[in-house]
Design a protein around this ligand. Structure first.
Ligand code: AMP
Ligand code: MG
Length: 336
């Protein structure tokens, strides 16, 4: 039992283009958080190529993380890994490394839901206790809050993620990778709101029609790229804002947390801040290096799960590329 009070967990993140190895202690200290990003030579993320990158880089990233944490492998008490959702080949690479380490070091393994990890690192880093969370990244877009034993999803994208929408548009426009920051910079010089499809269905969102329409406008060449980037952001973020605001009004949470890679966007931050203020909630933002995919969030969630009794058998530690966060029991939240 004494050991459980000072657990050290090594967490592996490999759901998409980021390979992360984080080392976190059970008192919430981040001892290491090494991230290596796979940048495709052309086009978007190719799952197999990203997986090959992760397996080629894993040894080096692991070594860097141990060095940064100033620990040796025998000091690790627990291994956790992103078990889903994500790209199959990438998830499998991380899971294989996690299993190998757990077996080699003879320590427990915990599979972690990637989306839940984004919320948990957000709570840890922003000291939010029980927030409504807008999680926006290259692969995910959802609005979630804890209720009756689980993280419930109040709204989500029906097709592509908002980050994917910005990245794909940017690629079509010949902007540098990743596209989100490039679109933001150019949008700052735009001021004319062009008509683009605004698609909210109930509490869910759709970005694929918006993307197609934006690319069509781009190819027509009738408008300034600055105005098109501005309009793409305004429409996408207004859609996110509408659903987030409704979920906040419904759940009456006192905190509104923004996380995921797209959380770096200043315009989106201002939308979230405004919504929070209007509803008397505190707005919370995760620092950038913990907002994008990283190993520390997996390690921290691994600790929360392990301390509340959860374990993953190596024999049945299959990845689940479509694992929804609302399928997961979160016993560590049941007391608050
Ligand atoms: P993640 O999937 O969490 O690793 O985050 C990567 C996503 O965040 C990509 O889609 C990026 O384009 C997006 N992103 C990063 N910075 C910004 C920004 N300033 N504005 C909009 N999107 C961004
Ligand atoms: Mg990423």
């Amino acid at each position: 039992m004494e050991k459980e009070e000072h657990l050290i967990c090594l967490g592996i993140e490999s759901t998409a283009d980021n390979l992360g190895v984080g080392i976190v202690s059970s008192d919430g200290r981040i001892l290491a958080n090494e991230v290596e990003v796979h940048v495709p030579k052309t086009g978007g993320i190719h799952p197999r190529e990203a997986a090959q990158h992760h397996s080629a880089e894993f040894g080096r990233v692991l070594e860097k993380a141990l060095k940064a944490a100033k620990i040796r492998s025998k000091d690790i008490d627990l291994i956790s890994f992103s078990q889903g959702p994500g790209l199959g080949p990438c998830l499998r690479t991380g899971a294989t490394a996690a299993r190998a380490l757990a077996v080699y070091l003879n320590i427990p393994l915990v599979g972690v839901n990637h989306c839940i990890a984004h919320v948990e690192i957000g709570r840890l880093m922003s000291s939010a206790k029980d927030p409504l969370t807008l999680y926006v990244s290259g692969g995910n877009t959802l609005i979630t809050a804890y209720e009756s034993g689980r993280y419930r999803i109040f709204g989500e994208t029906l097709d592509i993620a908002v980050g994917n929408c910005l990245d794909t548009f940017a690629r079509e426009a010949g902007l540098p990778y990743p596209g989100g920051p490039a679109v933001e910079t150019i949008a700052a010089k735009g001021n004319q709101l062009l008509p683009l499809p605004y698609i909210v269905k109930g509490m869910d969102l759709s970005f694929s029609g918006l993307l197609t329409a934006a690319i069509l406008k781009l190819n027509e060449g009738q408008c300034r790229l600055e105005d098109l980037c501005f309009s793409l952001q305004e429409v996408a973020f207004a859609m996110l804002g509408e659903v987030t605001e409704r979920a906040l009004a419904h759940t009456k949470k006192h905190e509104l947390l923004l996380t995921g890679g797209v959380a770096a966007n200043k315009r989106l931050r201002s939308v979230i801040q405004l919504i929070a203020e209007e509803h008397g909630a505190a707005s919370k933002f995760v620092p950038q290096k913990f907002a994008t995919d990283n190993g520390a969030m997996i390690a921290w969630t691994g600790i929360l799960a392990y301390v509340s009794g959860l374990r993953t058998d190596v024999e049945t530690s299959y990845i689940d590329s479509h694992w929804r966060m609302d399928e997961v029991e979160v016993p560590w939240r049941s007391s608050n």
